[in-house]
Design a protein. Structure first.
Length: 419
């Protein structure tokens, strides 16, 4: 069920990501609005204070005189400061907390000092209360320490809330995942079981047909020539069908690890035997079969099934390579991995089909004209077996140039020392 585990993990992770994005977006939006409102409120408070202070201002004998009296203590308590500037921006008077180092700028109504200590300042023009002439500027500022503390608390709150929400989300997602996946997994299991049962049931009637045809063909006396040809066609079709049902049965069962033998075996020997078997076929097609197989390629696995993998690859290479082509089989060890490549100079595979070729019953359109009898199960079986051995099978190919199939299998650790 490794595929299902992968799907489950993928669903879980994407759920988590979506959840995290939603929470972050939500918290970000709330924080943004909250901070903006808080700033606006502060600006309004400082403006009101400044307007009150500048209300009765006058120019007396060239000196700026604010009518309003401020309690220094009150200003200090609220961590505020009042500064009076003349028209040229010179500081005339200062009351309250002396914290701001902001340069005077009559154009900027609201200023923020971000480096410590943080301060927000509002600058207002002062008009003479008698003739309404501009006589100076008043800057009211307040320390943002309290403000920043509030924001920090908000951030902690959001952080903690997001963590709790994410944890709850994880639990919920896992639960939902199980609710959704379980019926799917079960129905796929049933489908596999059905394929296995059906292929199993098909075995015996196919066996009956095949045995009877064989018997009939063994004694063809008294049979018309045309009948003999028909029987031969039946025998060949039955053969193909038996192979197909065997393949389907194997594929339906590959998830069942118990089916696999786990024995120590030498891939070098297995490959050498196979190459020996296919040399005749290659020669008949005038294909050069080159090999470079290192010795002592030991691994733990199922000999019959691994033979099946490489038979499929070599057969494909022979089938999809034109006369006069080359096939190379390399096998060696890279660290803890055994690598076998089967390279041909055959018809090649379109790039868009490179993923498809490992699917069950998929056959290339062009391949059909080369090999009529194929079932499209060969590579699906090869991949299932390789994966069951903890390995991977990959392919690279170019149309008209050739294909290269690579099988990587985990080697046994001690194989270098053992003989
Ligand atoms: N060596 C190869 N060169 C070109 N095409 C290949 C090769 N091996 C496999 N293919 C393509 O992959 C398809 C699937 O292969 P396989 O599963 O062995 O099924 P089959 O050989 O029965 O068609 C083939 O039909 C063919 O199109
Ligand atoms: Mg094949």
């Amino acid at each position: 069920m490794t595929d299902f585990k992968k799907i489950r993990t993928r669903i879980f992770l994407s759920n988590l990501l979506a959840f995290a994005i939603v929470i972050t977006g939500f918290a970000g939006a709330v924080r943004f609005v909250f901070v903006r409102n808080l700033r606006q409120q502060l600006t309004e408070r400082l403006t009101a204070l400044g307007q009150g202070a500048a209300a009765g201002a006058e120019l007396e004998e060239g000196e700026l005189d604010l009518e309003a009296e401020f309690q220094e203590r009150e200003l200090l308590e609220r961590r505020q400061a009042l500064q009076v500037f003349d028209l040229r921006g010179h500081l005339l008077e200062q009351q309250g907390e002396d914290t701001t180092t902001l340069p005077f700028d009559s154009e900027l109504t609201v200023q923020i000092q971000s480096q410590a200590p943080p301060v927000q300042a509002v600058t207002l023009p002062i008009f003479d209360s008698d003739n309404r002439q501009l006589i100076g500027y008043l800057r009211v500022s307040q320390s943002l320490k309290q403000f920043e503390r509030t924001i920090r608390q908000l951030d902690y709150g959001f952080g903690f809330g997001a963590l709790v929400a994410l944890l709850l989300g994880c639990t919920g997602s896992t639960w939902l995942n199980r609710q959704v996946m379980q019926p799917i997994e079960e129905s796929i299991k049933r489908l596999k079981q059905f394929t296995a049962d059906a292929s199993h049931e098909l075995r015996s009637p196919l066996m009956v047909i095949s045995t009877n045809t064989e018997v009939a063909l063994t004694y063809p006396q008294g049979m018309r020539t045309s009948d003999e040809e028909k029987f031969q066609a039946i025998a060949s079709a039955t053969n193909q069908m038996s192979q197909l049902t065997e393949d389907l049965l194997l594929l339906a069962r590959t998830d069942n690890i118990a089916d696999f033998e786990r024995k120590r075996l030498d891939l070098s020997v297995l490959l050498a035997d196979l190459v020996h078997l296919y040399r005749v076929q290659a020669r008949a097609k005038q294909i050069e079969l080159k090999t470079e197989i290192a010795s002592n390629l030991e691994l733990i696995g199922d000999e019959a099934k691994l033979t099946r993998v490489f038979t499929n690859l070599i057969q494909n290479a022979l089938q999809y390579t034109l006369e006069g082509g080359n096939i190379e089989i390399f096998a060696n060890r890279h660290g803890r991995e055994l690598r076998v490549t089967v390279t041909d100079t055959g018809i090649g595979i379109e790039r868009e089909y490179l993923d498809k070729i490992f699917e069950r019953l998929w056959r290339g359109d062009r391949s059909r004209s080369y090999v009529r009898a194929g079932s499209g199960l060969g590579l699906a079986i090869a991949r299932a077996i390789v994966q069951n051995h903890g390995g991977v099978i990959t392919v690279t190919s170019q149309i008209g140039v050739g294909s290269c199939f690579q099988v990587c299998l985990p080697a046994t650790h001690t194989s270098v020392n053992s003989t």
